[in-house]
Each structure stands twice: as structure tokens, then as C-alpha cells.
Design a protein around this ligand. Sequence first.
Ligand code: AMP
Ligand code: MG
Length: 484
Amino acid sequence: MLDKSKPIFGAQYAQLPERFYGAQSAIPVADPKWIAFNPELAKQLQLNVPELAGEAGLAIFAGNQTASGTMPLAMAYSGHQFGHWNPQLGDGRALLLGDALDKSGQYFDVQLKGSGPTQYSRNGDGRTALGPVLREYVISEAMYAMGIPTTRALAAVATGEKVRRETALPGAIITRVAKSFVRVGTFQYFVAHDDKEGLKTLADFSISRHEPDLKEVEHPYIELLKRIVMRQAKLIAHWQLVGFIHGVMNTDNVSIAGETIDYGPCAFMDEYDPATVFSSIDSFGRYAYQNQPRIGQWNLSVLAQSMLPILHEDEDQALALAQDAVNGFSSQFDDAFRSGLLKKIGITEEQEGDYQLAIELLDTMKTARADFTNTFRALSNMSLPSPDIDAAQLPLTEWINNWIRHTDSGKRIDQQVMRSVNPAFIPRNHRVEAMIQAAIEGDFTLFEELMQVLATPFEDKPVHHAYTLPPEPDERVHQTFCGT
Ligand code: AMP
Ligand code: MG
């Protein structure tokens, strides 16, 4: 049994003024059953693993029992969706349970998604189907294993209820964990309400949660903005370097903590094509792979604009400071992308012509429609300086010869570094889809297998070779859906 006297989660966000959220309980579900629990993450968060892994945890993660001492709430926020302003968003199907302090002294927030309607649900049912829950569980944990900042998955439960989408689908709830769920859209919410005090309070919360060292500096809010810009620049460079396409980079899906958040229609590219778009709702390709850096900067300019009232009393000065912070994005993104791309071809100390060489590889891959992941992994494992080039790499032969020639006969190539940044395994769309279809029919073995394969993405595992293969034409996933 749970020790009722001891709260499981803290309630930091609930201490903020009431206009920051809507307090409420989850709506109980009919017949909760475990899908997955992440004991390693629970342990890192210093939670009681045996309790949470059992009946008590199941009731909490299904929303059928409120964890002792906590005050669940739906967060208020606004946002730009596909460039269009929407003042009233907020957690329409999520509930913040509270926070947990991890072993390193960092606080994390724990949130249910799919836990029933809230005051922000508008016409939605507040629920989530099994497919999107498994997608988020698998892909967010895969991102974590690749070292990319992300929300994580603590638990997934089946609700025993159906959700109505185009058809009736099994319902599920995911419990996800983030450094915080504050978004660019949260700042926008307070500006929209002309609430300068609220903006300050939110900025102070963000500083104490994410950038505690800024408490001591002279201009904490401008420094906060610069940190957020820097973290987003690095995050999006990371995405580009593994071929990850977020799919819904709306301002309400941009985390202040610099974590990847909101795994809706996201997907990884198979063959390299910068114009790739998967999301069914992204008709104009606004969030295509190649647009992600530009959109990232646009989202940050919205944040900077929202923070203007607290950056400086003088409007012109505030504007200049904001502009300067946002301008920093390009060079920070470029630096992170450039050094990351060089590492992908084994170069850790850049010399003249190296970056040009790397760009030529991308161009060649684009023309050859080469598989993004497998090309870099094959280069990582190629015998140098005399490679054995197989048929799949044939279109790259000339580039490979240039690469070796340009790097002192390969002496400047560090393949160990390459193997640590070029994953052998990514959550390929056709594998994720097949896993979801099997789960809907009650078979979770593919889910378990995918989780296992993706837990160590930088290790070659010959027995799991099939998971490295791109889709056959009939397996190809052309579109992904939010499932909302
Ligand atoms: P998303 O596209 O998941 O970032 O969601 C955008 C907004 O729609 C957020 O305010 C969500 O909470 C809300 N939303 C999405 N799906 C649902 C649903 N099934 N029920 C209620 N609100 C939802
Ligand atoms: Mg969202």
C-alpha cells in the first residue's frame, strides 16, 4: 500500500497563481491495464519503484486515483498553430501530477496525457488512442537513448475504453516527464492577457527550474531568453543530424527547457531528401525537414516578442535586446550543425575544405536518394583507407575516395566518434506503424522488441539487422497523423 502521509509528487506549479492553470482531477477509466513502466526513469526520479510498478501505480497512471498530497492541474497556454494565432489552447487532454527531484538535483514535472477533458478541451474528448501513446513512448525513449534532449516516458496504460476517431480505437494514457512543460505558448498566454506580473512570475519559475545560476545576474530575463535560444538552436541541430522531423513545430510545442516535446506526427527520414514532410496536416510543408531551423528561429522571435515587457522599461531598448538574442540563433545553430556534421564523417578538428566535403556528401546522398541513417553508419564501419564498397554505396564511390584523400589517407577520420554519433538504429516509420497495428490487435511483442533495439542505438546488433532496413515499397509510410 502507498504511504498516504507522504506525497509522491511535489506541487511547485500548483503554488503559482491560480490563473496559471485549471485545477482538476483526472476522469477515471473503466478497466486500466499496464502497457509499460520505466523503472530506470522512476529510479532516477527517486520515486518508489515497487509501489509505482504495482497496483497503486496503475491507478495513478490511469487517473483513477490522485497521488497523495498532489494537486493535479491543466496548464494554461496560447500559441501559434501553423502560423495562426490561437489565444485559447492549454492542456486539453493532459494533467500535470506534480514534480519529482532527480538524483542530480534537477526537478522534473510528471504529466498524464489522455486523462480526460479539461477546461481547455474545447470540442476534444481529452483522450488519446493507443497508437499515439505507443509512438510517443517509443520515439521519445529512442531520442533519449540517442542523447537528444527530450521529454521521457514513465508509464503507459490501456484504459479499457474506446476512443472515437475515424474508427473506434483502444484508448490509452501516457505518463511523460519533462524538465517542465512551460512552452513559448505559455509566455504568449500572459501577453495576450496583458499580464506583466504573470510574465515575470513565469520567467522566475523558468529561471529557478532551468537556469538557477541566473538568479544572481543583473539582467536575468534577457539572459533567460538567450539561454532558451541557445538550447533550441542546439536541439534543432540535433534533429537535423539524425533526420528527425518534428512535424508540428507550433509555438505551443516549443519547450522553454530545450527538450523535444509533443510527439504527434513526428517521423525520421529514410532516404535523404531535405523537402521531406510526413504530417498529414502540414499541407504546405511548413514544417518540412529543411525548414526546421528557420521555423525554430521564428518561434523564438515570437517568444522574444512576448518577453518584451519584462526585458527593459524602455521599449526601444527592449526591442534591441530581444532582436540581438534572436539573431544569435543562426550562428549557434550553424556552429552546432557544422561541428555535428563533421563528426558524422569522423572529423573532430576542422581544416580547410572539410565542411565543403561534408556538404558534398549530403548533395550526393540527395541525388542518390541514399538512406540517411544507413549511409552514415556504413561510413562509420567501413574499412579505411581501403574501403570495400558494396552496391548500396556505389553512387558514393567518388565521394568516399575524396573523403579519404582529403583526410591524410583517412588518418584524420575517427570512426569511433562516428559510431558514437551515427545511430545504427532509429525508430523507422514502417516499424513503428507495424508495432502499432500489432498492439491494436493485442500483440505487444513488437513494442517490446522495438524498445529493446532502440535502447542502445549506437551498437551494431547483427541479430536485429532487419531493424536497420529501409521500408520495402509496400511498407513505406507516406503520412503520419496526430491522432487527436
Ligand atoms: P497538439 O497538436 O497535440 O499540440 O494539441 C494542440 C491543442 O489541442 C492542445 O491544446 C491540446 O491539448 C488540444 N487537444 C488535442 N487533442 C485533444 C483531444 N483529443 N481532446 C482535447 N484537447 C485536445
Ligand atoms: Mg501540443
